[in-house]
Unconditional design. Sequence first.
Length: 248
Amino acid sequence: MRNASSILVRIVLLIPLAFSIQALAGPKQVLIFSGGWKGHFPQETAVWMQSALENAGFEVTRSDSLSCLDNVESLKMYDLIIPNWTAGEINTTQLKNLSDAVKSGAGLAGVHGGMGDAFRDTPEYEAMVGGQFLKHPYVGEYRVDRVVLNHPVMKDVPESFVYRSEHYFMRVSTNVTVLADSDYSSETPGLRMPVVWVKTWGKGRVFYSALGHNVEKEYATYPDAWTMFINGSLWAARVIEKRPENEF
Ligand SMILES: [Zn+2]
């Protein structure tokens, strides 16, 4: 009888475990928080990103307030966090929570000013992202060139493609891996300006693309930018896993 009851106890204990394993194996969870300067169409961008990410298999939660950053334990439940908030201000607790969630393993991905020009003058945020928008003296057509050939984010992206939009001039940290760049000789002779990069922040993976002033319009016109955003989101959320020959 002792053996039978012991087996029964084990079964009872294992049932919730089985359910939690099943729950963990569900769709990857994404949080998009949107706001800030309206010139980057934060709400429209969020709607477009939600649709694109759902098509890629993610389950998406959208927030139009930074209060979604108030609880670090809630943030840690997400596989991927997407800042979509040009300029604006973040309080110390929200910034620490966001940083801690990424350090503990949540991915961070975003584009253009929504991630690269958010919360100016917050050094820890800039260090986590790997760069900060400074200016875009040129708006027009420019060429985006692949730098790294074998990174999963660059899968199905051609060696070079033309893009027409604001050409971001950024301050970029030295601890990023640049995946694509562009010629910025018109502003500074000989300068190659990073356009797409990846990095890590603690245990978290970070993806950034400077492309996407008007995501919905530009990504429809230039599908290679769309491909990099989706690949970057999948990589940051660890849907695309580490490859043996690659440190990421
Ligand atoms: Zn812009």
